[in-house]
Each structure stands twice: as structure tokens, then as C-alpha cells.
Design a protein around this ligand. Sequence first.
Ligand code: PNS
Length: 161
Amino acid sequence: MRRAIYPGSFDPVTNGHLDIIQRGCKLFDEIIIAVLVNPDKTPFFSVSERCEILTDVMKDIDHGGCTLMVESFEGLLVQYAADRKANAIVRGIRAISDYEYELQMALMNRRLEPNIETVFMMPAETYSYVSSRLVKEVFHLGARIEGLVPALVEERMRHKE
Ligand code: PNS
């Protein structure tokens, strides 16, 4: 049984995140999509809204035989991953600019918990520039975000405005 944690802020979940989850399904039996509870940030969607949205949009993705779960977590990622008996942490890498920070985190996580491997995955090129931060920025400035996030996310963002 191979269980992975896919951690992140997911504020909001993008099509890039879903692409990574779909690819991860080919490698793992179970993936827990873990939403970070970060009291230092003021999010667009609350943690419970993000979990609800993730659960909803995941119904539409092709997950093969992989079981997908959505949870939230607080504190150290590796502690949470060890508690959930995960073998791996999945992170998406879009460009070289992501790599430096991700490498630092992966090596720190390995030092803290040597039994959990970090697996970097590349999303489809179509999503190589898509980030939650940019989606929110262009949305707030009135641009269309169709194709960058699931339709449900766009709808929820419009209602929230
Ligand atoms: O989607 P994000 O915001 O890039 O995800 C970052 C995340 C949640 C993976 C990272 O902030 C994290 O792991 N936070 C939990 C606290 C922790 O373990 N920090 C040490 C990292 S080496």
C-alpha cells in the first residue's frame, strides 16, 4: 500500500493541482490532499471551504484505482505525514524557479523524517505558469480565469466577491 500526502494551500485549487493529483494516481494507491491551516495568512477561501471545494472537484477526475482523501493539517508536514503513515510527499514543480525552494523543503523534510520521500512531479506544460496566487490576482483585476481552475472554483470565487 503506497500512500502519499499532497500538501499545499490550495487557495484555490487550480487545474495544475488537479493535473498533479491525476498523475500521482498512477503511482500511489492512496493520496491524501492535505490543506495547510496557516494562521499567519489571510486566505481567500477558509480551510473548510477549500476542503469542500477539493472534495467536490475531485469527483470529476480520473483517479483509476487510487483512493483520494481531503484533510487539513496544522504544524509540521512530516509529523502529519508520519502520523498518517505516508510513504511520500508529492510536490508539483512548474519551473526551475520552483525548484530551489522545493529542494530546500524536501531536504529539510528528509532530515526531519528520513523515511518519507519527496516526489517531484511536473504538470502538463499548459499549466506551467498557473499558480493560485496569479489566478487570484488576475481574477480580482477582472480577468477571466476559465481553463485555469475548475468551473466550480470560478463560480465560488464569483459568489465570494
Ligand atoms: O501550496 P504551498 O503554499 O506552496 O504549500 C506549502 C506547504 C504547505 C507544503 C509548506 O508550507 C509546509 O509544508 N508547511 C507546513 C509546515 C512545515 O512543515 N514547515 C517546514 C517545511 S521544510
